[in-house]
Design a protein around this ligand. Structure first.
Ligand SMILES: [Zn+2]
Length: 109
């Protein structure tokens, strides 16, 4: 992923609109690229910070962004696990189906 790609994905990340692959690539890039991490921080501050200022709340937004990044990583892990699990289930159902068909034919039912 280039910095240009990552930059384009920042608003999507902040709105949680990235798919698993996109989210994974994005997080990997942010981890290894201080420039894009900085850009993400700025856009996050602008997006959330303005709202908070209006609300009059005094949050530590930098910590909040770190929390969001950590949550996104966790979510990605869970989503991947779920995707993997349902993939394995499909495989098992398919295998059962094949066994059933093979048995049916070999028994001549
Ligand atoms: Zn970058």
């Amino acid at each position: 992923m280039t910095c240009k790609d990552a930059d384009r994905m920042i608003p999507l990340f902040l709105d949680d609109e990235l798919d698993n692959q996109g989210l994974s690539d994005f997080l990997n890039h942010i981890d290894s690229c201080p420039d894009c991490k900085e850009e993400l921080t700025i856009q996050f501050l602008v997006k959330v910070g303005m709202q908070r200022l209006e609300d009059g709340n005094n949050f530590n937004l930098k910590n909040e962004l770190d929390g969001i990044l950590a949550k996104a990583r966790k979510r990605l892990k869970i989503r991947r696990y779920v995707a993997f699990t349902s993939f394995m289930m499909e495989l098992m159902v398919l295998a059962l189906l094949v066994v059933t068909v093979v048995l049916t034919f070999s028994l001549g039912i």
